[in-house]
Design a protein around this ligand. Structure first.
Ligand code: UDP
Length: 363
């Protein structure tokens, strides 16, 4: 008999497993996939750590979380400065003074601010992503950087999407092209899988095991269960399916040392079927003679990656949440169970909070 059964070996499950084990609880993790690490998983191919489920760049402003991850593995000084390819022209991204120079010829922060003032549309209370973007950057920048990418990524018009999706992207009138604002940023040296190997040292884990194929058995082998999978599946879709956007990853090995000179290039033209190309070696400044790239094609079917937090889905989630809040044996956490677009540092924060609550109950 285990104290805790943990379903899923992503960040939420793995951090909980580590902390609960340290507190003296006996834990078992079951994982549906053939590997640990959830979507953070990296696979070493020809010496390159390939981010198998899309690029993961660690960033946080929380010193405790930074201390937590850097106590597990070393991090490098990688900063994410993707470029945009729009109809064959390259642009600096996220939008910054160099981008505004490339589009409008401005050279100073003052001129850039004035230009943005001139081009942005005066929309009093923007009602959707498109209106918000137009009210911040105007039609031309919206067309080049946002419209096509967002339409492809979400499979619908930006008029039907909430502005919250893009508010995380900086718009700057300096030459700072860092994708994030956070104080601490980097990539684990040797790939993300190392973090999980460290977290899960000495903990029982079963790979290729689907909880739902033997739910009754698993429900009986532990006193408490931490579930990190899709919440609609947990409740047998009784209130309907929660919608996700998915990605199809097309990975290629190329016999050149450097394909695109940077980790990420976003293809923002709606006519290009993929949203971005990731070249993995750049996350760790690799010098290998060959390279591996991944094209990301957005898709409405496939593995759940991006929750579609529109009104209909959020209302549906609320119904599931009511049931979740009334469970006594189950604890829920992570992107899939909470139906929320979390970054890695947020997941670690929420896992540590969860174990602290358990700790509080123990004392
Ligand atoms: N986005 C965009 N153009 C870009 C990059 C992002 O319009 O070149 C929008 C798009 O709607 C996307 C959102 O900004 O869904 C958030 O982008 P982010 O890079 O945070 O997405 P992720 O890396 O998590 O896929």
């Amino acid at each position: 008999m285990y104290d805790y059964l943990i379903i899923g070996s992503g960040l939420f499950g793995s951090v909980c497993a580590r902390e609960l084990t340290n507190m003296g609880y006996k834990c078992l993790i079951i994982e549906k996939r053939s590997h640990i690490g959830g979507n953070c998983y990296t696979e070493n191919i020809d010496g390159i750590n390939v981010h198998k489920y899309g690029p993961h760049i660690f960033h946080t402003s929380n010193q405790n979380i930074w201390k937590y991850v850097t106590s597990l593995v070393d991090f490098n000084h990688f900063r994410y400065n993707p470029k945009v390819n729009y109809k064959g022209t390259m642009y600096s991204f996220p939008i910054n003074l160099l981008t505004l120079h490339q589009v409008y010829g401005v050279t100073t922060p003052q001129d850039a601010l004035q230009k943005l003032e001139d081009v942005k549309l005066h929309i009093e209370s923007p009602q959707n992503l498109e209106e918000w973007a137009l009210s911040q950057i105007g039609p031309e920048l919206y067309e080049i950087f946002i419209k096509g990418y967002t339409t492809k990524q979400w499979g619908r018009s930006p008029k039907e999407l909430p502005a919250s999706i893009i508010k995380r992207l900086p718009i700057r009138t300096t030459y700072d092209d860092n994708y994030y604002f956070d104080k601490y940023q980097g990539i684990p040296v040797g790939g993300y899988t190392k973090i999980f190997e460290k977290l899960l040292t000495g903990i029982d884990i079963q790979l290729n095991v689907d909880y739902f194929s033997n739910k009754e058995y698993f429900d009986d082998i532990a006193n408490k269960i931490i579930y990190t999978g899709p919440i609609d599946q947990f409740y047998d879709y009784k209130f309907g399916k929660l919608e996700y956007r998915s990605l199809i990853f097309e990975q290629q090995k190329l016999e050149v040392p450097d394909y695109q000179g940077v980790a990420g290039v976003n293809y923002t033209d709606v006519d290009v079927p993929y949203t971005r190309i990731v070249e993995h070696k750049h996350f760790e400044f690799g010098k290998q003679p060959t390279t591996i790239i991944t094209k990301e094609y957005p898709s409405s079917v496939g593995e759940p990656y991006y929750p579609v937090n529109d009104l209909v889905n959020n209302e549906r989630y609320k119904k599931y949440k009511f049931l979740m809040d009334n469970e006594t044996k189950f604890i829920f956490g992570g992107r899939l169970a909470e139906y929320k677009y979390y970054d890695m540092h947020q997941i670690i924060g929420s896992a540590l909070k969860t174990v602290n609550i358990i700790k509080g109950g123990k004392e």
